[in-house]
Ligand binder design. Structure first.
Ligand SMILES: Nc1nc2c(c(=O)[nH]1)N=C([C@H](O)[C@H](O)COP(=O)(O)OP(=O)(O)OP(=O)(O)O)CN2
Ligand code: ZN
Length: 124
């Protein structure tokens, strides 16, 4: 049996963006409230009954959140582009060693309704 566990967090961050539409306001430094959700998938371990202890997942997420919260995303090391896509990749990469069961990462902005999901492992 495969189970999926998810955990959410949010961060406030600023960025600039080069775009073809809405170019001028996007080029100025502006901020968003970002929400993120990560999922782990697998079978529960026989001894614990858990796919992964959610406390471990929270401990893995906390430094990633710290690296993004109240930052200028353009300056965050390892974040290639300060886009939703770039944030998904950054979070997935930051968690890859400590959370091998990672199945997908989602980042969205509630205000605009924009969402991006990076799927790392499709369901079996
Ligand atoms: N494929 C993507 N497209 C866009 C992204 C992205 O991350 N991936 N990001 C943006 C910008 O962040 C842009 O600032 C969003 O602009 P807009 O939709 O105009 O929304 P507002 O900034 O006006 O929304 P708020 O209400 O201030 O959040 C654009 N495209
Ligand atoms: Zn923006």
């Amino acid at each position: 049996m495969q189970y999926e566990l998810t955990q959410r967090f949010f961060f406030e961050a600023a960025h600039t963006l080069e775009r073809k539409v809405d170019a001028e306001p996007s080029r100025r430094i502006h901020g968003h409230t970002y929400f993120a959700e990560v999922a782990v998938r697998g079978a529960p371990q026989a001894d614990t009954g858990m796919v992964m202890d959610l406390g471990h997942l929270r401990r893995a997420i906390d430094p990633v959140r710290d690296a993004l919260d109240h930052r200028l995303l353009d300056e965050v090391e390892g974040l290639t582009r300060p886009t939703l896509e770039g944030l998904c990749s950054y979070i997935a990469s930051a968690l890859s060693d400590s959370v091998p069961q990672l199945a997908w990462v989602r980042v969205w902005r509630e205000a605009s309704g924009d969402t991006c999901t990076l799927t790392l492992r499709a369901p079996a």
